[in-house]
Design a protein around this ligand. Structure first.
Ligand code: LLP
Length: 420
């Protein structure tokens, strides 16, 4: 469920007309709904009740500090993959004890920052990383709480680029390595092995692969405990898909929680999850204006002011985002190719898309753009990063203002070479 619907002939985010935001802020712009973010967090958290789980929002999905803060106020933690994301989570009010630090390429400096911050847990992804982290913890004389990220050799996800759990993916260690690493960490007085972590992919639409992976994890916990090693926690990652169009609904949080309950039945263990898309996906739209319509014999091309630099997913993963006119349509649909202004053919959002008749200056909204939208934007073609707006009821606020080209150029210099 989300809070974007037509009322009074105009598409609204909660009680705010998207046209009012476009008039005030300009386009393109991302618009997020607080109520949707909060609802998704609550639904996920409550699905597991009375079990008290840590819901660590995957900041990579939407790193705006106002979005993270909206969730943090409800009690969410943060799953982070860089020092930058940890700093954002802290700034947004997430307590360090609710921050998970994941990722295959954490630098020594980032590991030190996480240890000094006192994060909840560092998910160690390789044998080599464990050695580095041990060195860091010894040098700081501080404890490093860790989980070992396991690659369960179960692939899943909406696209090969976002599947992470197959044996040859770059993430995590094998089951055998995990057992050895856990014991190794246990014998290190500065490493605190707390548990295991897994994440097999994103935009997962079936529970079966998740269930297979979680069974592997349970087996590992039992094996470690049988070897006399304490295991307090399991971090079961993110990955639940969301509907991007009129497709069969992905598993609900309730179905997912029931499956987890079955798999973990009778096991006394703390659980954490790292949902990103499921929380933020349907909570955001990208609004854009039609620059012009180019007539073509086959079908007209709708040229928008948003480009692949603003919303990369269609170009990168052939992803489908529903497009809705902001003014409620009354006329029958016709076919368009929908493109952005960037100078490459890849900047095509959709071919042969059925849309109501549109005119120059009309507003459209790309739906389900709250996750992996703004965070993946670039300044390609010297286009400034666009504004982000957060709505709450009938109020809205710009939570990241649009950059200017001058601000971009201010980071650059022209060398004053000495003439030879
Ligand atoms: N935890 C870890 C360790 C992850 O790698 C990810 C996502 C998540 C949690 C959150 O997964 P989610 O609940 O959002 O599925 N840019 C791609 C998605 C990349 C996902 C990467 N990892 C896209 O636009 O589809």
């Amino acid at each position: 469920m989300n809070h974007f619907d037509y009322r009074g002939g105009v598409l609204r985010c909660e009680d705010v007309a998207l046209s009012a935001i476009a008039d005030a802020v300009g386009t393109p712009a991302y618009v997020y709904s607080s109520a949707t973010l909060e609802r998704h967090y609550e639904v996920f958290k409550q699905a597991f009740a009375p079990r008290d789980i840590l819901v660590a929002f995957a900041v990579k999905a939407n790193a705006n500090i106002a979005v993270i803060n909206t969730l943090a106020r409800k009690g969410a933690g943060a799953d982070t993959v860089s020092q930058g994301e940890i700093e954002r989570a802290l700034k947004a009010g997430v307590p360090p004890q609710k921050i998970i630090f994941s990722g295959v390429g954490k630098t020594e400096q980032e590991l030190a920052f996480a240890v000094q911050t006192g994060v909840h847990q560092i998910n160690v992804e390789s044998v080599a990383e464990l050695e580095t982290l041990s060195r860091v913890a010894w040098a700081l004389k501080m404890p490093a709480p860790i989980a070992i990220r396991v690659n369960p050799d179960v692939g899943a996800g909406g696209h090969e680029k976002i599947s992470t759990g197959k044996g040859d993916a770059k993430f995590g260690v094998s089951i055998e390595q995990a057992l050895a690493l856990y014991a190794r960490a246990h014998s290190d007085s500065h490493l605190e092995p707390k548990g295991l972590a897994v994440h097999i992919g994103s935009q997962i639409k079936q529970l079966a692969p998740l269930e297979a992976a979680f069974r592997v994890m349970r087996g590992l916990v039992e094996k470690l405990r049988a070897d006399g090693l304490p295991v307090e926690r399991l971090d079961l990652g993110g990955g639940l898909g969301v509907p991007y169009f009129n497709e069969p609904a992905p598993p609900s949080p309730a179905e997912s929680a029931a499956m987890v309950g079955r798999v973990m039945d009778g096991l006394d263990i703390g659980l954490a999850f790292e949902p990103g898309r499921m929380i933020a996906g349907n909570a955001g739209v990208l609004i854009s204006r039609v620059i012009r319509i180019q007539d073509r014999p086959k079908r007209p091309i709708l040229v928008l002011d948003a480009g692949m630099n603003d919303l990369l997913r269609p170009a990168m993963y052939e992803a489908f985002h529903d497009i809705k006119p902001v003014r409620e349509p009354t006329a029958p649909e016709q076919a368009y190719d929908v493109v952005g202004p960037i100078c490459e053919t890849g900047d095509t959002f959709s071919r042969d898309r059925a849309l109501p008749p549109l005119e120059d200056g009309d507003l459209v909204a790309f739906l389900t753009a709250g996750a992996y939208g703004a965070v993946m934007a670039s300044t390609y073609n010297a286009r400034p990063l666009i504004a982000e707006v957060l709505v709450r009821g009938s109020a809205f606020e710009v939570v990241r203002r649009r950059w200017t080209v001058d601000e971009q150029m201010a980071l650059e210099t022209i060398p004053q070479w000495k003439e030879s």
